[in-house]
Write a protein that binds this ligand. Structure first.
Ligand code: AKB
Length: 315
């Protein structure tokens, strides 16, 4: 039997681009997009779409049965900055959606799950450079706590009930097609839009705040590669460290200036600075590279060139 995929949270930053790539690979009719709100025109016109609240197990099961779904990609989540404003809401969304989907796999309604974790599982006591796969994890944000708890729920369901659930600790994901919402790394997306429109940007993090980041193309490839790996290759059932590049706001501004010489950046750090300061500066992802041959394509210079080219073409 061929795979039929359900994407929960398909209208978000990663969901949007992942859905389109999965439709190219598995066929439009075999990738069911869903969210609590409708997606963009491309998503709504290219394949099936269902309105689903990702925390509602009954609603999810109904759609699983309707389309004979075999795999669920659960991308609905509240990100770090927004979660600090709405801690209880964030916990409910991030945890209840995961427990609903894990439960459906335990009950054998689906065969495989993808669930994203984040570098937010790490905290101020974690080694900041080349952060290892296994290390001290004391997150200080609600989002980080939910991702750390989620990783261990995934591991538990895998060990105890044989659920095939796979996860990546995403760094900040940068894209030009879809904007993120409510994250601490969002500045690295906003900066490109503002650079093209206004030739200036006020950054909410300080100039030397170094964070791990990744271009969307690499994040989508990593996700699909992990899901297509043989089960025996997937040796980590919490979340895999995943990396491509690390940079500061000052360094991204320097790259942008190569394409837009008049671009100016200024700095007005806000509450998100504290979140960023608690996260690693760079990640050791050798386990992902060893277990399922992960390789990134884009660095800061090639990503910047690609984004500016595409934004100029499409705006
Ligand atoms: C955020 O900033 O909250 C996310 C993340 C690193 O998980 N981009």
């Amino acid at each position: 039997m061929s795979d039929t995929l359900l994407i929960l949270g398909a209208s978000g930053q990663i969901g949007n681009e992942l859905t389109q790539k999965l439709r190219e690979i598995y066929g439009n009719k075999n990738v069911i997009a869903s969210d609590i709100r409708e997606g963009n025109e491309e998503m709504m016109n290219s394949g099936p779409f269902e309105l689903i609240d990702a925390t509602n197990k009954v609603q999810i099961l109904k759609v699983i049965k309707k389309y004979n779904i075999t795999q669920v990609y659960l991308l609905a989540a509240m990100l770090s900055a927004t979660a600090e404003q709405y801690p209880q809401k964030a916990w409910n969304l991030n945890m209840n959606s995961l427990l609903a989907v894990l439960g459906l796999a335990k009950e054998k309604h689906i065969q495989q799950i993808y669930w994203p974790s984040s570098i937010a599982v790490f905290g101020a006591t974690t080694p900041k450079e080349n952060t290892p796969q296994n290390t001290i994890m004391e997150p200080s944000t609600v989002y980080g706590i939910s991702k750390l708890a989620g990783e261990f729920w995934c591991n538990y369901y895998h060990d105890k009930y044989g659920v095939d659930v796979r996860s990546l600790r995403y760094p900040g994901i940068i894209s030009w097609k879809s904007k993120p919402g409510g994250g601490t790394t969002d500045y690295a997306v906003d900066i490109y839009f503002k650079a093209l429109k206004e030739e200036k940007y006020t950054c909410f993090l300080s100039e030397n705040t170094r964070l791990p980041m990744m271009y969307m193309d690499d994040a989508v490839d990593a996700t699909i590669q992990l899901m297509q790996a043989k089960s025996s290759q997937v040796k980590v059932r919490t979340g895999y460290n995943l990396a491509a590049m690390s940079f500061t706001p000052k360094e991204i501004a320097t790259q942008i200036k190569k394409h837009i010489p008049d671009f100016e950046i200024s700095y007005q750090p806000d509450f998100r600075q504290q979140i960023a300061d608690s996260w690693p500066q760079s990640i050791d992802d050798s386990k992902a590279r060893e277990d399922w041959n992960w390789q990134h394509q884009f660095d800061l210079a090639s990503m910047t060139k690609d984004i500016i080219l595409n934004l100029k073409k499409h705006q």
